[in-house]
Design a protein around this ligand. Structure first.
Ligand SMILES: [Zn+2]
Length: 458
């Protein structure tokens, strides 16, 4: 064995037989050091992990026989509700039941992350949470020097990333480069929704992201490559990223395990020519959260009334030529790019409630070992914001106990386009900051903490 990671001094100071942990998870298959290992997990009063092949005593015990004990899932593309209302709570609730312990809004984020924390930190949270700087939101309100000044201030205050969406808000290259330079200076990642999603130009968007990484040295994360950049040329897009990484550039990407995308009808994606761009007709579009199909008439209505999300047909991004190719690489992880926005019949892509369970089910369906898939849900996304989550994202001695216990045989996302508000199956328990937050289908408590780059904790 390559060592369990606990120190000899600890064993000497406090023999395991005498110690009583506040929580013990026994007989599980524990994902640690890249392998599934038969270990018992003890959690201290402080919410920290101890691993042992020996039996441990706990005030509370969870039997994890036949289950995998994984680091809690980290969702880097947890695009949250935009309103400062209680809907953040619904959004986090459906992440928790999908096994997510940390929801990070790094695709969109907020114009002012500190203001976000001032408002949200006093409130109860189902998951840990954090935000990046939403460049789209600040560009229209200030001139370029003021935008850059603002971004720098937010980075200095602890924002997790700089995020921009070039397809939705086309921006001159030099301006994007200036944001990337700031991100680099503060050692934060840049999250980019690429400039093009159409067949002719999508690879130009990938090349632009690589150029930004090359010219600035920024840690570049490309959002949902199968829906933007690699829909039609995934193999080529992956080759470009692979070559850039070979040159030492830090570029990663993510996918969500669904073969269809969804976006708002008022967005640029549905500007004139969309039928040809995506080879779709009106009645291919489904209004999410309902049984409704779009007609020419309703299309025009929803275009003029922002806020309606539609889904394209299943298979629009075929698994075998897009998502599955990306998942085979060691630089592609999982990001949901979604969240459930209301408690009933949400107009939200089902990935907001089922992304992570679906990813685990899908991995097994295509013969990918869990050992290969689990880092894509845990340590890889955590590593993108490494300084803010130094003690999370992995199961190891002394790490913070964010854990997800699931049954690999029954884990499954159950949310659908018609009914996105559905909890995933097979998630037995979620441990958040050392305490049981969700168990056997019941939400027990809200233990989420803010995640900031300063490492400050509430
Ligand atoms: Zn996007």
């Amino acid at each position: 064995m390559g060592g369990w990671g606990f120190t000899k001094t600890w064993v000497k100071a406090s023999p395991v037989q005498e110690r009583v942990f506040s929580l013990v998870i026994q007989k599980g298959s524990v994902f640690t050091e890249g392998k599934l290992q038969p270990l018992n997990v003890g959690i201290t009063e402080d919410g920290l992990l101890h691993l042992s092949p020996l039996e441990l005593q706990g005030t509370q015990v969870i039997d994890a026989s036949q289950h995998v004990v994984s680091p809690g899932f980290v969702d880097i593309l947890a695009d949250g509700p935009k309103n400062l209302t209680n809907d953040y709570h619904v959004f986090e609730r459906f992440k928790l039941t999908d096994g997510v312990t940390t929801t990070l809004q790094l695709h969109g984020g907020r114009e002012n992350p500190e203001e976000y924390h001032r408002f949200f930190d006093p409130k109860p949270h189902y998951t840990n949470y954090g935000v990046g700087i939403y460049v789209m939101g600040i560009r229209l309100a200030a001139d370029l020097p003021h935008r850059l000044k603002h971004v720098e201030k937010m980075l200095a205050e602890g924002a997790l990333s700089v995020s921009h969406s070039l397809e939705y808000q086309p921006t001159p290259y030099e301006e994007v480069k200036a944001y990337a330079q700031l991100a680099r200076r503060y050692e934060r990642p840049m999250f980019l929704h690429l400039r093009y999603s159409d067949k002719e130009h999508e690879l130009d968007g990938v090349k632009e992201a690589i150029r930004l990484a090359r010219e600035t040295g920024v840690r570049m994360h490309i959002d949902h490559l199968h829906s933007t950049g690699g829909t039609f040329h995934m193999a080529e897009a992956l080759d470009l990223i692979h070559e850039a990484r070979q040159l030492g550039l830090d570029i990663t990407t993510c996918v969500y395990p669904y073969s269809y995308w969804a976006t708002y009808l008022h967005s640029k994606r549905f500007d004139d020519g969309w039928q040809e761009r995506y080879n779709l007709a009106y009645d291919d579009l489904r209004l999410v959260g309902t049984q409704e199909r779009i007609s020419k008439k309703s299309f025009q209505y929803y275009r003029q009334h922002p806020g309606y999300l539609v889904a394209v047909p299943e298979g629009a991004m075929p698994f075998d030529t897009t998502i599955d190719l990306a998942l085979q690489t060691d630089f592609c992880m999982i990001g949901s790019d979604g969240g459930i926005a209301s408690l009933e019949a949400a107009n939200s892509h089902p990935r907001g409630a089922g992304c992570f369970a679906t990813a685990l089910q899908h991995a097994q369906a295509i013969g990918m070992p869990l050992e290969k898939m689990l880092p894509k849900l845990t340590s890889m996304p955590a590593d993108l914001i490494r300084r803010a989550v130094q003690n999370r994202g992995e199961i190891k001695e002394g790490a913070i106990a964010d854990l997800t216990i699931f049954n690999p045989k029954t884990v499954q996302g159950l949310a659908t386009v018609e009914n996105p508000n559905t909890d995933s199956a097979g998630i037995k328990a979620v441990i958040l900051n050392g305490k049981v937050a969700y168990q056997e289908g019941k939400i027990l408590a809200e233990y989420g903490l803010p995640i900031r780059n300063s490492g400050r904790r509430a």
